[in-house]
Design a protein around this ligand. Structure first.
Ligand code: EPZ
Length: 414
């Protein structure tokens, strides 16, 4: 199985230098691709990241047959496959899909989707296990979809995107309340609006979707994938830990306000340049408490890399993960590397720094913690081997090559 071999530079002397451009956003591209099912012709997608999740989504969309069935084996491999269900239901009046797989970060229920589809006229007609043990659901909309007023019980990113897409072909308008406000939702709404949709309020908690009574969109304007804000944030953290000087290009600074605030508190100086942001390792890193929150709060997807930073802070940092309950399990591996992390409960970790880290063999549990391991290995003493890098390749394009270009000692082995 492919793995990364990383020789760490040690935490005391920063050894990375140069510039690195942020790749295209996975979580903006996935819903845009799913929305292609709502078009009468195929829209163009520009600048998509070359990553595994995008390949899976493309395969999934290509697998849709004339009745709207998808390849269940592909769908169950990644969580974002749930994004195609709303468009399928809207277009074909029926969708069968497996409980989506994905990262090991918590329970990942799909109740807000099912409740939403039922509110707009769909009916969950079947849910049960196949002989192979897969949980399969079938939703049908025998009378077609009718615009509704739906309040999400929790703010869900893909839930909001999914309902926005489902409502697009309904009869009559839909009002969605308690929506998530992540930038990816606005990117999707902008793309759809440029191609004939009328969606208002994306980026706020209340979104109105004008139903098109089954009329498909016509591809006029291509989707241009924006920079990935999570990759950008992760590279900033890497720079704060290991760079003499690192310029991060292609970054939307305004999408990372909570991270910049936390980095400022940690004593990390960042300087805006013409094309990006310059970051370097400060003499001393201060401890910082963070609490993950829906956007514009501190992103849960940046929690694991920030915890690596906290291991190098002088003092105690409290990391409070409020979104997912399984997203601190990776801290056990940081402890194996020499960190001092105490899990107070499934949502809170107390990190006491600073501690030197030592190279170890690690297995990526999910893509965000996987890249956090890469960062930890880069500042560790000795060699690390990181296995299960499919998880990292799911979300970061050629990350090994790009890190090598700024001085990292990282190799991919088969
Ligand atoms: C999106 O996942 C992202 N994925 C995740 O990124 C990200 O971690 C997450 O949002 C939070 O920001 C994509 O955009 C493809 P949620 P999503 O529904 O939409 C609860 C990555 O690494 N909930 O916003 O699946 C849920 O348990 C991934 O790129 C329900 O209770 O997350 C969580 O507590 C990992 N019922 C909260 O809502 C539901 O039906 C927010 O999750 C759905 C969610």
């Amino acid at each position: 199985m492919p793995a990364f071999l990383i020789k760490g530079g040690g935490a005391s002397v920063p050894n990375l230098e140069g510039e690195i451009a942020v790749g295209s956003s996975k979580n903006a591209s996935l819903p845009a691709l799913a929305s292609s099912l709502l078009f009468g012709d195929m829209p163009r997608f520009l600048n998509l990241p070359e990553i595994e999740d995008i390949k899976r989504m493309s395969e999934l969309i290509l697998s849709v047959d004339s009745e709207g069935n998808v390849d269940l084996d592909i769908a169950k491999r990644f969580r974002a496959s749930i994004l195609v269900v709303g468009p399928l239901l809207a277009k074909f009046g029926r969708a069968s899909f497996p409980h989506p797989g994905g990262c090991l970060i918590g329970a990942r229920p799909i109740d807000v989707f099912i409740n939403g589809w039922e509110a707009i006229g769909g009916k969950l007609v079947k849910s049960g296990k196949t002989d192979g043990g897969n949980l399969i659901y079938t939703v049908e909309a025998p009378g077609g979809l009718t615009g509704c007023d739906y309040t999400f019980k929790v703010q869900s990113v893909t839930g909001t995107e999914g309902m926005m897409m489902t409502a697009l072909l309904a009869k009559g308008d839909t009002v969605l309340r308690n929506c998530a406000m992540e930038p990816e939702i606005e990117y999707l709404a902008d793309f759809l609006n440029k191609n004939g949709a009328d969606i208002r309020g994306a980026g706020t908690t209340e979104i109105t979707v004008a139903g098109r009574s089954g009329k498909l969109l016509r591809a006029v304007s291509p989707f241009l994938a924006p920079p990935d804000r999570i990759e950008a944030g992760t590279l900033l953290i890497l720079g704060a830990l290991a760079a003499r000087s690192l310029e991060i290009k292609n970054i939307n600074k305004c999408e990372l306000a909570s991270l910049f605030a936390a980095l400022g508190e940690a004593g990390v100086e960042t300087i805006e340049t013409k094309n990006g942001v310059l970051v370097k390792k400060p003499k001393k890193i201060n401890p910082v408490n963070i609490k993950t929150k829906e956007y514009p709060g501190f992103a849960t997807d940046l929690q694991a890399p920030f915890s690596v930073l906290a291991t190098q802070a002088s003092g105690q940092s409290l990391i409070h993960e409020t979104i997912f309950e399984g997203r601190l399990a990776y801290t056990e591996d940081l402890n194996r590397m020499g960190a001092k992390v105490t899990l107070m409960d499934p949502h809170r970790a107390l990190i006491t720094g600073h501690t030197p880290l030592y190279g170890r063999e690690l297995t990526s549990p999910d893509l965000r913690a996987g890249l956090a391991y890469v960062i930890a290995a880069l500042i560790a003493e000795g060699e690390s081997k990181i296995c299960n890098i499919y998880q990292i390749d799911r979300g970061y394009e050629k990350i090994d090559e790009r890190l090598r270009a700024i001085g990292a000692d990282i190799d991919r082995i088969d």
